[in-house]
Write a protein that binds this ligand. Structure first.
Ligand SMILES: Nc1ncnc2c1ncn2[C@@H]1O[C@H](COP(=O)(O)OP(=O)(O)OP(=O)(O)O)[C@@H](O)[C@H]1O
Ligand SMILES: [Mg+2]
Length: 432
């Protein structure tokens, strides 16, 4: 999982470890350099001490500071003859005067040669012995360093935890909430880095809250709308059961059918609206718009003939748009339905599909009562029906049309038909 905590700790502790390794390495190198100088000085000191001695042989080994770890070896020559060697088994050929590094007997040596008169004194030491001492020295000085680094690591770990605490606090605050608690998260005491996130989250909560409110209202409205046809169905059913009169029974049966049709239409419209809800992800594909409109008009032909309405379609070219076929079908279907339904017998309904500058245009024109300019802004509201119009509609048709148009980023305008009569609905769908 991607975690800021882990990333910060990895970076900081990794950095600390690299710094620690550098510090350790540097301490070792510095210790080695300084010890080298010190040992070289010691070699010279021992040589000078021997030069001041009158008699050399036999050399008491206790006279020199012979420690196992420094492994000093002293050789003294008189006129080229070896006078003494301590320790006796360690002899190195005479080197040039002064300090030098020599390779002999499979080992590297540091040797200091001093000539005083006829006497030559050589003090030597294996470099390996020096290295051991520098490593020990470096290790000893690294211990406090390691302790400091451990303390720092702990400090970093605690600081990171403390620094990220506001984030965990917000997360806890959110996880403690019930799914219906949509009130904003308090912004008090939040660090500047977390503030914008919580701020956006609060905006989202606000939107969610109003969406939920709208959803609740919609369900209540839908239930209310359904109750009317269902109550009518119940009533007509009781009439049908009780009545002995054939004519009354026939009328009750017709009303019963009408009530069921209304309820079924309402449920159909509710479903269509739910499918086009802005929350649902659109599934766009290429849609043969002219062909689709033709199909929808053909489906309404029978209804138009029964009502005595001249329903026709004008096609200039076969247009193809990118869109969601189902919502486009619901949109055109509702526009043609309205035109046929609200236009009185003997009227005409014209559907046209043509190419605009940047969009495909669908136009539905009728010779019905039209919609007054005052009501044009409200007819797109859910469940809104114009005054005086009782056609058994649910008032959802134009809400469905509006949702579908918005989903496609299109435009919709309501106007008057020919000679100021009837309604002209113009929908523009951009060619994506
Ligand atoms: N072509 C039209 N001519 C005249 N009035 C119309 C036309 N189209 C819609 N209206 C008016 O606008 C109102 C809202 O229309 P809408 O399509 O949203 O609902 P509806 O037709 O009543 O119900 P539904 O379509 O959901 O069954 C209608 O009640 C009607 O009065
Ligand atoms: Mg309608």
């Amino acid at each position: 999982m991607n975690s800021i905590n882990r990333r910060l700790l990895t970076l900081l502790l990794g950095g600390l470890m690299i710094a620690g390794m550098f510090a350790g390495g540097a301490t070792y190198l510095k210790a080695r350099e300084e010890l080298d100088e010190l040992f070289d000085y010691q070699l010279a000191q021992v040589a000078h001490a021997f030069s001041r001695q009158e008699t050399i042989a036999p050399l008491p080994s206790s006279d020199i500071n012979y420690e196992k770890e420094s492994e000093l070896a002293v050789q003294v020559w008189e006129n080229g003859d070896l006078l003494s060697a301590t320790p006796p088994n360690r002899t190195l050929p005479i080197q040039r005067e002064g300090i030098s590094t020599v390779y002999s007997g499979g080992k590297q040596w540091r040797a200091f040669v001093l000539r005083v008169g006829t006497r030559t004194i050589q003090v030597s030491q294996p470099i390996e012995a020096r290295r051991e001492i520098s490593v020990n020295f470096a290790l000893r000085s690294i211990v406090p360093l390691l302790l400091t680094f451990t303390f720092f690591a702990l400090f970093i770990w605690l600081s990171v935890r403390k620094g990220l605490r506001p984030l965990t606090q917000v997360a806890e605050e959110i996880s403690r909430r019930s799914p219906v608690a949509l009130d904003p998260i308090p912004l008090i005491d939040l660090p500047a880095e977390v503030l914008p996130i919580v701020d956006r989250l609060n905006l989202l909560l606000e939107k969610l809250s109003s969406a939920m409110e709208a959803q609740k209202r919609f369900v209540a409205d839908a239930a209310h709308e359904l109750r009317t046809p269902l109550a009518a169905v119940g009533l007509q059913l009781r009439v049908l059961e009780r009545s002995g009169d054939d004519a009354e029974r026939a009328e009750a049966s017709a009303r019963l059918k009408d009530g069921i049709d209304r309820a079924a239409r309402l449920v159909g419209q509710l479903l269509a609206l739910a499918r086009i809800e802005p929350e649902a992800l659109p599934r766009f594909s290429t849609v043969a718009l002219t062909e689709l409109t033709g199909e929808i008009v053909a489906e309404r032909a029978r209804m138009a003939i029964e009502k005595g309405i001249d329903l026709g379609m004008t096609v200039s070219e076969a247009l193809i748009v990118t869109g969601e076929e189902e919502s486009l079908r619901a949109m055109i279907g509702n526009l043609v339905d309205n035109a046929v339904r609200y236009t009185p017998s003997g009227g005409t309904v014209d559907v046209a599909v043509r190419r605009g500058t940047h969009e495909a245009i669908i136009e539905v024109l009728d010779t019905g009562p039209g919609i007054s300019p005052e009501e044009r802004g409200r007819v797109f509201d859910r469940f809104y029906r114009c005054m005086g119009a009782d056609s058994g509609g649910s008032g959802l048709g134009l809400a469905i049309v509006k949702s579908a148009v918005e989903r496609h980023g299109g435009t919709i305008t309501l106007g008057e038909g020919h000679g100021g009569k009837g309604l002209k609905v113009t929908v523009g769908l951009p060619f994506l």
